[in-house]
Design a protein. Structure first.
Length: 399
């Protein structure tokens, strides 16, 4: 079960029209003073139980294949009818999401003590033309209050990865009609739905970002509203100039105030144990080093290179000491061969000295092993997959 984006489109149109937002793509709109506005890399993090919808492609066949794979992942034990209804529902939603300007859309399919529950998150990004972020905020508030007089519409301060941010928040009801093909009864049915929208004029005075959460499962409203607040707080951005500077220091950087997820810690320790097995250093176990290594939240190298600084992943860092360099060099070679044989991708390798490997064709965990010559020391770094969704300059959807 899902929902139409009709209300989302109407709300977005009302706000952007009121804010005199341009409706045609513009990678770098102009300020009121006629100066070019800097592009922004924008990122956010969703929980792993959200499944992305292929709004980034206009190819019908490609979108269908991606959606089918997602449905099979979400309902591995479901019936063919269940999978067909889910596929039809979200296939019908894709065109509406694109027409509404969505740059990201995802849904969850949860189970609360045997009761199914679902919600959809969408993100829209629209260019603003010759208007400041402050004026866009005021205009969006006025436009939404006129369009939705019965809804709760207000300006709020949202704590995020880059500091407190002003935004317009709309909370209201947006019932939708479930199509006959997706309805268990085979008949169209009107379904109640709750919706939260957050309108955020970005500080480059060039873009209006809209986060939206919708759910027909009103009994779970408190859960989803708290979840949505957590998602919005992960918002982070950087200019292209900041990204260029950050690319010089694009290694994973610690974020001390963040706390790693226990499941992520377990996964890092598990892979550390596997690395220790592959190193196979004679006479050494070092099990405690590998499976009890301190785990810190970090900003991954790719996000750092885009100028994004809030935590997006976690890292385990440990080392083996007091072993002759020749033995450690051989161990680095064994690690490379073992993991390459298991399908890991080699990112870089200096035989006998260092190797960088990536799991699942680069989308999974990453491992760096580096020998410190003359110190009898091998340093191991294991980095979990990045959880951030990034949209910004250079992405095809903004090109």
């Amino acid at each position: 079960m899902t929902e139409s984006t009709t209300a989302a489109t109407a709300a977005t149109t009302a706000a952007t029209t009121a804010a005199t937002a341009a409706t045609t793509p513009a990678s770098k709109p102009e300020r009121q003073d006629g100066q070019e506005r800097p592009g922004l890399h924008v990122g956010w993090i969703l929980p792993p139980f959200f499944h992305e919808l292929p709004v980034e492609t206009d190819d019908v066949d490609e979108a269908g294949e991606q959606l089918l794979a997602t449905v099979q992942q979400v309902l591995p034990g479901g019936t063919d009818d269940d999978r067909f209804r889910m596929f039809v529902t979200y296939a019908g939603l894709l065109d509406e999401l694109r027409d509404a300007g969505a740059v990201y859309a995802g849904f969850c399919n949860l189970d609360f003590d045997g009761r199914p529950s679902t919600a959809t998150v969408a993100v829209y990004r629209m260019p603003l033309d010759r208007i400041t972020a402050e004026d866009a905020l005021s205009a969006a508030l006025t436009g939404l209050q006129r369009a939705y007089p019965d809804d709760d519409v207000r300006i709020s301060t949202l704590p995020s990865g880059i500091g407190d941010t002003k935004a317009v928040v709309r909370i209201g009801n947006a019932p939708f009609t479930l199509a006959a093909e997706a309805s268990p009864s085979g008949e169209p049915v009107e379904v109640p739905r709750g919706q939260i929208q957050v309108y955020i004029p970005l500080p480059n005075d060039a873009d209006l970002l809209v986060f939206e959460l919708s759910t027909p499962c009103m009994e779970d409203w408190d859960f989803y509203s708290e979840l949505f607040a957590t998602i919005v707080r992960t918002l982070d951005w950087a200019t292209e100039e900041e990204a260029e500077l950050a690319a010089v220091l694009s290694g994973a950087q610690p974020v001390p105030e963040a706390v790693p997820d226990p499941a992520v810690v377990r996964a890092l320790h598990s892979r550390s144990h596997r690395i220790l097995e592959a190193l196979a250093i004679p006479g050494r176990t070092d099990e405690e080093n590998a499976t009890s290594a301190a785990v810190t939240c970090v900003t991954c190298a790719d996000c750092r290179a885009k100028g994004l600084e809030s935590a997006c992943t976690a890292r385990a860092h440990w080392q083996i000491e007091g072993v002759e360099d020749v033995l450690l060099a051989a161990a680095v070679g064994r690690l490379a061969r073992t993991f390459q044989g298991e399908g890991w991708t080699t990112l870089s390798e200096n035989p006998g000295e260092s190797v960088a490997l990536a799991e699942a064709e680069g989308s999974g965990h990453r491992v760096n092993a580096t020998l410190i010559p003359g110190r009898q020391r091998l340093v191991i770094e294991v980095v979990a997959p990045c959880t951030r969704i990034v949209r910004g300059p250079g992405d095809s959807i903004f090109g």
